[in-house]
Design a protein around this ligand. Structure first.
Ligand code: FE2
Length: 212
């Protein structure tokens, strides 16, 4: 029996951000809902193929294409959830110097500023995709990665703790395409650092124990 319970879009109580307009957010929520809807559609169609308990050879081309698309839609759903959840009105500033995140950034990069320079650098890379700071759960070590589209470059087993959408739809109402750095600055001024902190899994005592 295949679980057929559909995914439901979450509601994000997000407006009045600094430098990211409500118009952008409302459009972006709709896009996110589209990913949830398409994830459900594809899951249903794939379940149809599996009803007889197997995927026949002649079904394989269509089945394969649906599965590939599912990877795109599924990650589009999940990453937007992470993105909206790590923003808040009156957020921003810097993480608490006593926070596990700050400590992990220092241990992993030498300093918080170097971590930030790397994350921002990833965000400025050409192309559409995402900048993601991941935590390696076993060690608490942080690393920043570029994800093309939604699904190419995800790091197996790593935990996304800070997720920044740098597809142009994330800022085109507010900034010109060439002004992505201004959007990145705005993103940083709205980060919910407590949400980031809560995502960390490698928490031992008051500080992260980071090994290199
Ligand atoms: Fe997006």
């Amino acid at each position: 029996m295949i679980a057929t319970e559909p995914y439901r879009p979450k509601q994000f109580n997000l407006s009045g951000l600094n430098g990211i307009s409500d118009k952008t957010l409302e459009m972006h929520f709709k896009l996110y809902e589209g990913y949830v809807k398409e994830t459900n559609n594809l899951s249903e169609r794939i379940a149809e193929f599996l009803k007889d308990g197997k995927v026949d050879q002649d079904e394989m081309p269509i089945y394969s294409e649906l599965k590939r698309r599912l990877g795109f839609e599924f990650n589009g759903m999940g990453l937007h959830d992470c993105y909206f959840s790590n923003l808040k009105k009156d957020g921003g500033g810097e993480p608490e110097t006593r926070s596990v995140f700050f400590s992990a950034a220092e241990s992993s990069f030498g300093s918080y500023d170097i971590w930030k320079a790397d994350f921002v650098g990833v965000g400025k890379m050409r192309g559409v995709g995402w900048a993601i700071c991941y935590e390696q759960p076993d060690t608490g070590r942080l690393s920043n990665h570029w994800i093309s589209l939604h699904e190419i470059g995800e790091v197996a087993g790593f935990n996304p703790v800070l997720v920044m959408d740098v597809w142009e739809h994330a800022f085109l109402f507010d900034y010109k395409p060439a002004d992505r750095p201004k959007y990145i600055e705005a993103f940083f001024s709205n980060i919910d650092w407590q949400a980031v902190e809560n995502r960390l899994k490698h928490v031992k005592g008051d500080k992260a124990t980071v090994s290199r």
